[in-house]
Write a protein that binds this ligand. Structure first.
Ligand code: BGC
Length: 745
């Protein structure tokens, strides 16, 4: 009997072994990735190879059904997981289980200056994407803030390449730890939304490498599995298949092995797409099927036209196989990854992560006379005025628009946090955007108000006069020509007569706090008068809670501006030097194209401010706390470095106030004498430290040759010139606290 059983067991073991021996290599995840990719490639027909290079629906590509290679499902990105749309259209699919946690805008994440928070953000959003069965998250966006008018600045990580590079890496790692790919976008130079399909930025190599590439390079080096090209052109060719950007730089110089995905509808030609390094085409048609084509996707530039060209010998198989390998790699890293996380949705952890990003990203720009935080002993009556105190902001703005499970508005959160301590009275003040709808998703808020501007102002003035402190919530919103995709702003000023309203409210009650809910810089002509100003961003689901935490003092603010808040538009190089939004010309197909010389070159943001000795509204890196920090003297661990040696700078920082707080110490480097024109200083390190009252910590930051180098376009390499350098410990780009000299030999 025992013998018989053993025999049966043996047979079982044998058949399992036999089965696994038969398992095709591409399905065997004990085998190296490249071996599996080659095996899959060798089994695919020409038609199957071409099929995986383009969409089969609005957001998916087909995989290889015959071989059990799964589909790839993409989703926007980058602030939360987008609601489902119909197979072929942008229209809502009307699912009832696709509400997500809306996370704060990435500009708010950048304002935390905290890579740990970026990792938590990435991990959380990646979990939501995994739970929803998505393989590729269309984000993060790391286009550099070149002009405050760019409609998508809120989706990006600010003006500084070092800061954006430092924040994008943990975001990518966090998302991908779930087996969900990031799709880093929009590579490259999609720095404006006006004429976004036809802008042709004219940018020199030094500027590319020093300003516009570093965040993308950091993401590529961190192993981002896919990249999205931009709609714009570069040197006359569309970015999504630009041979310089995709072949020479991304896949060549940077040795990146991921897949390039087009922006949706960014492909215009088969030959250019094939040769220019594009691997996957998406979004070329929106309702092709409705137009009577039996399968619109077969007519994509990288579908039948490519197949025909391959069969006719017009295109080579080597290029095809390279694309296929990249898509297979992406698939094996995501949808074929058996160990990938199942994810989770709107969990307590995600709510907490969302709130933490907001709490750490909100920036206290000004706080004269310590008007903030709200002090219930003095502030018995709190006036809350302005549309942005009640407006839900998650819906709108373009592809980052979300269907959030919930969104807490500032007024509700303030009422809750001040309950029993102070009376909160609300007045609308102005009516801006009342739509509350984007692409079929609605907030279900009715913000209609038929009163005239005069009536609204009169009510607001009355409420302000009766109060002990006035919180005016204004700024921008997600409607067209504000913080929204496909449009740039038309004006640097706040909309809806807010400047005048703020002046009027200030006269009614000078204890005025301006809370700027916006994702980009705005003019603040009232900034000298108004005693307290808070930059509150779009905070997603927990928006109201995070801003109330800061205003009530439950949380001590620690955000710092990730861009320059220009006093006026002509402080920004892109505008001062007059190359925005470009000059109409024709591309090589005879289509309209707008040449847009980046005349300011590397002098973007504070680099332009420094060069021209301007005084911005608020400098890059600026942000206050409810306590104060004193910086001691910065020291270097050596006076000189050579070659690849590193140097460590240390500065003691003391919390001089009576509450705990966090300070981001910024390290800027100056090349004292260079053979080329160099910025007065550049951010090359930062560290956020938490300090108890009275506590001192030594903050150390180590840099090497990289931090001293500029990009020599002729040699096409980074060069650190021997000579004297300076390292500055600073509280912002406009507030250097201590400087030390050192030499590079
Ligand atoms: C946007 C992308 C987005 C894509 C898919 C495009 O219009 O530029 O950022 O990921 O649509 O929604």
């Amino acid at each position: 009997m025992m013998k018989k059983l053993a025999g049966v067991l043996m047979a079982g073991v044998f058949s399992i072994t036999a089965l696994s021996a038969q398992k095709p290599v591409y399905l065997d995840d004990t085998k190296p990735l490249e071996t599996r990719v080659e095996d899959a490639l060798s089994r695919m027909t020409l038609e199957e190879k071409v099929a995986i290079l383009h969409a089969q629906s609005k957001f998916s590509s087909p995989g290889v059904p015959r071989l059990g290679i799964p589909e790839l499902w993409c989703t926007d990105g980058p602030l939360g997981v987008r609601p489902e749309v119909l197979w072929d259209e942008w229209e809502q699919a009307k699912w009832t289980n696709d509400s997500c946690t809306a996370f704060p805008a990435l500009v708010c994440l950048a304002a935390t200056w905290n890579p740990d928070v970026a990792r938590e953000y990435g991990k959380s959003i990646g979990e939501e994407a995994a739970y929803r069965g998505k393989d590729v998250l269309l984000g993060p966006g790391v286009n550099i803030f070149r002009t405050p008018l760019c409609g998508r600045n809120f989706e990006y990580m600010g003006e500084d390449p070092y800061l954006a590079a430092s924040m994008v890496v943990p975001y990518v790692q966090g998302v991908q730890s779930n087996g969900v790919s990031t799709c880093v976008k929009h590579f490259a130079l999609n720095n404006n939304e006006v004429n976004r399909h036809t802008s042709n930025p004219i940018v020199d190599d030094r500027t590319l490498y020093e300003i516009y590439f570093p965040a993308f390079k950091a993401a590529a080096d961190a192993g981002a599995w896919s990249f999205m090209g931009g709609y714009n052109l570069f040197r006359g060719e569309h970015a999504s298949y630009n041979p310089i950007l995709m072949n020479d730089v991304l896949k060549g110089e940077w040795g990146w092995d991921g897949a390039v995905i087009s922006d949706w509808g960014a492909v215009h030609d088969t030959e250019s797409a094939v040769k220019g390094g594009l691997d996957m085409e998406f979004g070329s048609w929106t309702d092709g099927l409705a137009n009577g084509v039996s399968n619109a996707y077969d007519n994509y530039w990288l579908a039948n036209p490519y197949l025909r060209g391959l069969k006719e010998g017009k295109y080579d198989m080597k290029t095809l196989d390279d694309k296929v390998r990249r898509v297979l790699r992406l698939t094996m890293r995501t949808s074929m990854n058996r160990n990938r996380s199942y994810g989770s949705m709107v969990s307590d952890e995600h709510r907490a992560a969302c709130r933490r990003v907001g709490q750490e990203g909100i920036v206290l720009l000004k706080n004269e006379g310590n008007l903030l935080p709200i002090n219930p002993d003095k502030h018995k009556k709190v006036a809350v005025i302005g549309e942005n105190a009640i407006k839900m902001m998650v819906v709108g703005g373009g592809s980052s628009s979300l269907k959030a499970k919930y969104e807490v508005i500032p007024l509700d959160a303030l009422k809750e946090q001040l309950a029993g301590k102070a009376d909160v009275v609300y007045a609308r003040g102005y009516v801006g955007d009342t739509s509350g709808e984007y692409n079929g998703v609605t907030t279900n808020q009715n913000l209609e108000d038929a009163r005239s501007a005069a009536e609204l102002t009169a009510e607001a003035v009355q409420v302000a006069k009766d109060a002990d402190i006035v919180l005016f919530f204004g700024g921008l919103n997600k409607s067209n020509h504000q913080d929204a995709e496909d449009f740039d702003r038309l004006d640097y000023n706040l909309p809806y007569g807010q400047n005048e309203l703020i002046e009027t409210l200030y006269k009614a009650n000078p204890n005025l706090v301006f809370v700027n809910v916006a994702g980009t810089a705005v003019a603040m002509p009232f900034a000298k008068k108004v005693p307290a100003i808070v930059q509150a961003w779009y905070g997603g689901s927990e928006a109201g809670n995070a801003v109330a935490d800061v205003l009530t003092g439950a949380v001590n603010p620690s955000g710092k501006l990730p861009y320059t808040m220009y006093a006026s538009l002509d402080q920004c190089g892109a505008h001062k030097l007059g190359a925005y939004p470009g000059t109409l010309t024709k591309d090589r197909f005879g289509n309209d194209m707008y040449d847009m010389p980046y005349n300011e070159g590397i002098y973007v943001g504070y680099r332009f401010i420094d060069k021209n000795k301007l005084k911005p509204g608020f400098p890059f890196g600026h942000g206050l706390s409810y306590t104060t920090f004193e910086y001691g003297k910065i020291t270097a661990d050596k006076g000189e470095i050579t070659g690849d040696e590193t140097i460590t700078f240390t500065v003691p920082v003391t919390n001089k106030g009576d509450r705990e707080g966090s300070e981001t110490v910024q390290l800027y480097i100056t090349d004292v004498k260079a053979s080329v024109d160099r910025p007065a200083k550049e951010l090359k390190g930062f560290s956020k430290v938490s300090l108890k009252p009275g506590e001192t910590k030594n903050v150390s930051i180590t840099v090497g040759k990289d931090a001293l180098s500029y990009f020599d376009a002729d040699k096409h390499q980074w060069v650190a010139e021997p000579g004297e350098f300076r390292a500055h410990a600073a509280a912002s780009s406009g507030d250097i606290r201590s400087t030390v000299k050192f030499n590079y030999k």
